[in-house]
Design a protein around this ligand. Sequence first.
Ligand SMILES: Cc1cc2nc3c(=O)[nH]c(=O)nc-3n(C[C@H](O)[C@H](O)[C@H](O)COP(=O)(O)O)c2cc1C
Length: 325
Amino acid sequence: MEPEPLPIFRDKDNSPPAAGGPDLSVNLGPLHLQNPVTVASGTFGFGEDYADFFSPRLLGAITTKTITLQRRLGNPPPRVAETPSGMLNSIGLQNPGVEEFVAQVLPRIERLGPPVIVSVAGESGQEYVDLASRLAAQRSVAALELNLSCPNVPRGGLEFGVDPATVSQLVAAVRREWPRTLLVKLSPNVTDIVALAQAAANAGADGLALINTILGMVVDVERRRPILPRAVGGLSGPAIRPVAVRMVWEVHRRLPSIPLVGMGGIACAADALEFVLAGATAVAVGTANFTNPRAPVDVIEGLRAHLEACRESSIRDLIGAAHER
Ligand SMILES: Cc1cc2nc3c(=O)[nH]c(=O)nc-3n(C[C@H](O)[C@H](O)[C@H](O)COP(=O)(O)O)c2cc1C
């Protein structure tokens, strides 16, 4: 699927584009990215499957699927269901566990080139801390992304990401173990996203990733049963983009100095630009990878073309530009 051409919104002046082209580089706290585009956790595997379609070197960063302490086999099938302009998934965090990840997978991801962001999840606060200290010894892990859309088993299975006090405690505990860039991925299944963002930022996060999938459900009317065995799954794709852009907007308005990685239905550069203008420093391409494996590079090339067309010298000048200043 060809990405739609980006509209040219404005022409700043008649000067020629900067020599060498516009600067796409951004910083997520201490982490420098050559461009603002990464891939959303769980939608890019460990990166190698996509090497037939483009060089992973082109990405700003590679974000892995979520790793847990122990190997997880994931949920029974079916694990996905189609929805209008999106999909519902219930994968169940299938992954090889941290030890096999470090021994077998990480050395291969390292060779792909871009900074590696490892997504982690635990069933208790201590499991997050253990994952952080295990991965801290791996110098090639540039950043940790805490996936908080996970049941907190000691607290009765409520997601970690829905309670500001829990988020604050968890992020502070991981911060003590993790010396490099710390990203916290927020769950959108909350009433007040800003309160959660504030809790993570105050506890020491260098950046926030938002959003994870939105809880949803599809019923098979023939069988009169939910399609997914666990009934409820996570909705992703273009259907959730306006919700994600709104959350990025709200968090950036209240916390303009914390870098945000925006995601939710990004399929082309115009979509990515919405997030940047709303306040995202970087963006992640997720569900679009399944229909267009070149989507991340299409986004990078489209952003570059847009900046050139608008005579903008740096993407950083566009971050949050949709807000009144
Ligand atoms: C099949 C699938 C698997 C996913 N697995 C993970 C995961 O392991 N960890 C995580 O933090 N998010 C996971 N996500 C959520 C995505 O990283 C992303 O936050 C969400 O899908 C919104 O972006 P999108 O609409 O571009 O896909 C998954 C999403 C999908 C569709």
